[in-house]
Design a protein around this ligand. Sequence first.
Ligand code: SF4
Ligand SMILES: [Zn+2]
Ligand SMILES: [Zn+2]
Length: 311
Amino acid sequence: MKCKRCRGKAVVQVRQHNAAFCRGCFVFFFQRQVQRAIERERMFTLDDAVLVAVSGGKDSLALWDVLIELGYRTAGVHLALGIGGYSRRSTEKTEAFACRRGVRLISVRLDEEDAAIPTLSAFTNRPACAACGTSKRHHLDRVAFEQGFSVLATGHNLDDEAARLLGNVLHWQVQHLAKQQPVLASTHERFARKVKPLFRLSEYEAAVYAFVRGIDYIIEECPNSVGATQLVYKDVLNRLEAVMPGTKLAFVNDFLRTGRAAFATDGAGLPQTCAGCGMPTFASLCSYCSLLREVESKRARFVVPAAGTAQ
Ligand code: SF4
Ligand SMILES: [Zn+2]
Ligand SMILES: [Zn+2]
């Protein structure tokens, strides 16, 4: 097997592109794919301040590495979610990456008191991932706004996008289909533009890139991901991909090119301001502040009176 670019010995096979590369040429290929996605989809330019959401996993750290290598102005933001040892190890990997590269990392501690995901989930009876999604969206938007970043980049890869698309189609989530795209324009002065520069690169490619570049990332999955439907969708898509290489890429590309327009809407009108945190919302409180209020009120109901104060 020969490298498609330099004709040397290939060590990485990229079936969806019917190509193979040596280590150096694979790094070049991966970085060029990211750069093309950024330029073609008009995600951002070298002048923009880009906030990269980094979990400590391969995708987000690979993305940050590429953006640093390509010369973009970036800082990372990491949310310490309070999911036990998994979160602690994710934070360690992220901090070590930032330290080694000498880049700015904004760390948000959510592992104390009411903001920790297990607390949010237990007190509100919501699945951990639902509470986590609400919390992550809120804090990433908030940090981007407060720290003056116009662009928020996440490490969602092709497998994530294909699995999300499959889920949205299976349940005909038309509002979600309307919003499924690699660039989400800002709809409010407090919302950054959201971009996914890895949306055409597979999980496998991101893992190989991280390995070849010597990125030390957290390999274990979040304990709450066990049994997630997203993983079932990924498994189904992987089986299709094994028989028909390129299926995932075509599924996502063709949706963006020809399908999505059918679901596009004029938006949900003008948002108001959350009474709790000041971020945009379509209700008096944003969904994150509502979660926190619910935790507070349930906590208050369960407070045990101190000895001698009972009536
Ligand atoms: S698996 Fe669920 S709880 Fe864990 S990080 Fe992902 S969204 Fe959050
Ligand atoms: Zn080569
Ligand atoms: Zn709020």
